[in-house]
Ligand binder design. Structure first.
Ligand code: TRP
Length: 339
């Protein structure tokens, strides 16, 4: 098993990032290592330039994301942890695959349509070809499995289409250049909502800091944010069905379940019939207990940019080595002469 996945380097990491993606990466890292496979996780910094951005923020966010990943349990000795910018093979393979990807395929991508909106002409070329770079990211390493959220499934299908067409056009059936990657969408990938509004996703850009639990929050802050989280006046139901139409209650139960590694029904079997006055302190304490070690480590690591740069340098070295054979095979298959 060869796992490859990427994450865009956003700043202000929060509980939603942890429960949505990062925690699953850690789980897969440990499973894959146990099975003798390899996992590669990278910061998609090259993807980040497809939208208007501030260069100083990108650099700071890249280091911050590495700090978060390591604090959450990505172990640079178990996984290959790196950023695309230090592995030129990503950009190179993207160009080589651009000869195979079709305009029509990219035009159908829902992320392109959503992000471009009515102003397609004004978008960067990089936003349009974003999925080709993403295909290069995984094909470069012969990924067998790519853990992603539901929203990235279409990009992974495109990566398979590109791989298939390339193999078809330029390789023999016995010796394909690329492995077709399988997207793996974790069923338990929790969708964490704002603590102030159960219908909005927990987000780094929400103006209210009370809406989210940051990975930098200390125990008192976490307790206070949960205490003040929006709820309704009803007691908790005794099963999941009773959460219908109660978005804020459902969110808090979902957070508890995700952090405890239990189902919502199990949590409700325990707290059903009780009010939030009893449930909130239990949730706050659970968060402090589970997140405490992570937030402490994150606060320490993010100050140590030398250490973070060393982690990235080591990961990049390994990634470059792993990428080389596939990149060479791609050049050769295309008839590109390289001395
Ligand atoms: N596009 C992905 C996202 O926004 C990030 C990403 C870039 C990625 N390259 C990837 C994910 C390769 C999986 C594999 O979440």
């Amino acid at each position: 098993m060869r796992i490859v996945s990427g994450i865009q380097p956003t700043g202000n990491l929060h509980l939603g990032n942890y429960l949505g993606a990062i925690r699953n990466w850690v789980k897969m890292q440990d499973e894959v290592a146990a099975g003798g496979g390899l996992s590669l996780y990278f910061l998609a910094d090259l993807h980040a330039i497809s939208m208007p951005h501030d260069p100083a923020d990108l650099a700071a966010n890249t280091r911050e994301m590495v700090a978060a990943l390591v604090a959450c349990g990505i172990d640079p000795d178990k996984s290959v942890l790196f950023n695309q910018a230090q592995v030129p093979a990503h950009a190179e393979l993207q160009w080589l695959l651009s000869g195979t990807a079709r305009m029509g395929w990219l035009n159908r991508m829902t992320q392109w349509k959503d992000k471009a909106g009515k102003n397609r002409e004004g978008q960067s070329v990089a936003l349009f070809t974003y999925p080709v770079l993403q295909a290069a990211d995984v094909l470069l390493y012969q990924a067998t499995h790519v853990p992603v959220g539901e929203d990235q499934k279409q990009h992974l299908e495109l990566a398979r289409d590109i791989a298939q067409k390339f193999n078809n056009d330029f390789a023999s059936e016995e010796t394909p250049v690329f492995t077709l990657p399988e997207p793996t969408i974790p069923p338990e990938a929790a969708r964490i909502m704002s603590l102030r509004d159960g219908s909005a996703k927990m987000s780094k850009s929400d103006p209210s800091d009370m809406s989210r639990i940051n990975l930098t929050d200390d125990a008192d802050t976490i307790m206070a944010k949960i205490r003040k989280a929006k709820t309704d006046p009803e007691p908790l139901p005794s099963d999941k069905g009773g959460l219908a139409g109660r978005a804020e209650a459902a969110n808090l139960i979902g957070i508890y379940a995700a952090m405890a590694g239990e189902s919502a029904d199990t949590v409700l079997a325990r707290f059903g019939g009780q009010g939030f006055g009893a449930f909130k302190p239990a949730l706050g304490e659970l968060l402090v207990e589970k997140l405490g070690p992570i937030t402490a480590r994150f606060r320490e690591l993010r100050e140590d940019s030398e250490r973070l740069d060393a982690v990235l340098a080591k990961g990049a070295l390994k990634a470059r080595e792993l990428a080389a054979p596939t990149l060479a095979a791609t050049y050769a298959a295309l008839g590109l002469v390289r001395g």
